[in-house]
Design a protein around this ligand. Sequence first.
Ligand code: BES
Ligand code: MG
Ligand code: ZN
Length: 491
Amino acid sequence: MKLTLTNSSIKDIKNEVLCVPVYKEQENIDLSFVNKSLDNLVSNLIDKKQVSFKIASFTNIYSLNKLNVNQVVLYGMGSKSAINYEKIRYISGELSRYLNSLKIGNASIILPGEKIDSLEFSSTVDAVAQGFLLGSYKYDKYKSVKTTNTLTNLEIINTTKKSFTHNFNDIIDESESVNLVRDLINEPPNYMNPPKLEEISKAISNNTDINLSVLNVKEMEALGMEVILGVGKGSAHDPKMVILNYEGDKSNKENNIAIIGKGITFDSGGLNLKPGMSMRTMKTDMSGSAIVLGVMKSIAYLKPKKNIMGILAIAENMPGGNAQRPGDVVKAMNGKTVEIGNTDAEGRLVLSDALSYAVDQGINKIIDIATLTGAISIALGNEYTGLFGNNQNFINDFLQSAKLTGEKFWQLPVDQKYSKLYKNSIADIENVGGREAGSITGAMIIGEFAGKSEWIHLDIASTGTSPGNHGYNPKGPTAITVRTILNLLKN
Ligand code: BES
Ligand code: MG
Ligand code: ZN
């Protein structure tokens, strides 16, 4: 989709369709011009309650050559006083799919938010652009008949008296990263297996400032990473750890952070096999790793002054003759021993060696992203991503970065009182803590491997997938956390 910004008067707009924001308050200069040109049709429709101002409800009017556009789409903005960037992104996402459903190729949209003081011009343009770029995402790679979007040109109109220019490059890059992550997660698990994820990591870091290295079974054995190796034992594909190193502040090695992603390309549960319905969506269990790749792709573009290490903890969790058993004891790179209480709690296992590795590399700050627990959807449902951590300042910085992106996080407790739930008589800890506080014990087991580093864990098991079309999140993988992490790393 090509994006442009024009500073033009509404009467000069020629296009297939013109989208005009409408607010509950009904004070809109642009609308009055459209209304006049259409012989008061708009105000008549409003009088007859035929126009909805509700967020993302659309009213389509044919202009019958009274305007230089064929159709006008009034798009509902709700109340002016309640508008913010997240709502603009949401509405724009809905609008992108609506215009595609009308088979529109070229559209003009009047920038929402005119005369709203809380909105800054350039961020508003970005919110509209991103809503369109993310909302019109489609995955049809394996369809023999493609469902290509019709909308190819979006002209964003600035009707304020001030003239503006806008550089779309950053928002396009970020949106492309989000959509790349969605593609990776959508890829079927017979294709998206551990070697494939490694291959894609290489392609992404190729010709960038990112240095890629891979720990295969041999190297992981040498480093004492028995825990991730255990998870991969039942699979035909070897587990591996992919490390993407970006050094944006070489003179200050301490200015570093690691972004670590769970990369289970398929989670059958292992010998603790999942029931069919629970297994059905488990190709998404590498979402954390995909998110790390999306973040690193944008880091190569943004080039922030920071040392950033991306780590993908990759394995396929399968049953089989050589599979890990409940009762097995494995030792992590940091020396801690773990008894396997349940082979289906494998995310924390692969992450334990990845965090140990990051700590060993002298990393001061760690963020891990994982589709970790079904329990997080019981606690928070689909709206908030579960957030855990061991350092409140770091957490506050993260939550601050989330404010502008609209991605929602809710902090849950990390309290040593819970650690008794996963204590073990055979090994240092067990990999499961029972039904109670399942997301907390899952998080805290990962935290056992953070050493003295500041650490944040994001449980995206529920928010990683959108159950339906919602604003800029079409049904399917959301790639949530990419935008907030990028915002944190940029600043
Ligand atoms: N990958 C799952 C978590 C998950 C569940 C992700 C639903 C997305 C949707 C994870 O590996 C898992 O199986 N967790 C277990 C942990 C339990 C055995 C302690 C779970 O949540 O049931
Ligand atoms: Mg599992
Ligand atoms: Zn899993």
